[in-house]
Design a protein around this ligand. Structure first.
Ligand code: GDP
Ligand code: MG
Length: 177
């Protein structure tokens, strides 16, 4: 297959984790295909989507993995984390519980993934500002304490989606190049 892959300089695996319904699949749809759907169903049979981009004149293929409905505690298997060099740790900023579970997701991630993995904490659904249940200060404080990048995003109106993925991918690139 030499020729087919010739132009790709790097493949970076990035995993999406967090409670069910926080918007992981829609963040991926927005980033990979610039799509959004209101009644999203678990994508069956598709484990990841790819997007190829240029970072520092290198061709980087981002392979973004989605959980496909395995978000129950400990249902996400170690194969999911294997080889991941980046992670998006997603909560819904209108659902306090999804933020309270972040510490648990982070534990699981750190238990399974490479110790140099680049992690971005994401407060999704920031278009629903009037329903905010997680103060931005709480999230910032947590991210600083745990050494994570942090952004609030909206898969619905696109706020920060591209920026969040690009930040993680660029940081991964820095650590491997
Ligand atoms: P997942 O279970 O984490 O993959 O969550 P989904 O991506 O399936 O999204 C769950 C629900 O939240 C769906 O009804 C989405 O349309 C909705 N949703 C996802 N992202 C956003 C967002 O940024 N803003 C709003 N308002 N709704 C969103
Ligand atoms: Mg999903």
């Amino acid at each position: 297959y030499g020729d087919f892959n010739q132009k790709i300089d790097y493949v970076f695996k990035v995993v999406l984790i967090g409670d069910s319904a926080v918007g992981k699949s829609q963040l991926l749809a927005r980033f990979a295909r610039n799509e959004f759907s209101v009644d999203s169903k678990a994508t069956i049979g598709v484990e990841f989507q790819t997007k190829t981009l240029v970072i520092d004149q290198k061709i980087v293929k981002a392979q973004i993995w989605d959980t496909a409905g395995q978000e129950r505690y400990r249902a996400v298997t170690s194969a999911y984390y294997r080889g991941a060099v980046g992670a998006m740790l997603v909560y819904d900023m209108t659902k306090r519980q999804s933020f309270d579970h972040i510490a648990r997701w982070l534990d699981e991630l750190r238990g399974h993934a490479d110790k140099n993995i680049v992690i971005m904490l994401i407060g999704n659904k920031c278009d629903l500002a009037s329903l905010r249940a997680v103060p931005i200060e709480d999230a910032k404080e947590f991210a600083e304490r745990e050494n994570l990048f942090f952004m609030e995003t909206s898969a619905l109106d696109s706020t920060n989606v591209e920026t969040a993925f690009l930040t993680v991918l660029t940081e991964i690139y820095r650590t491997v190049s």
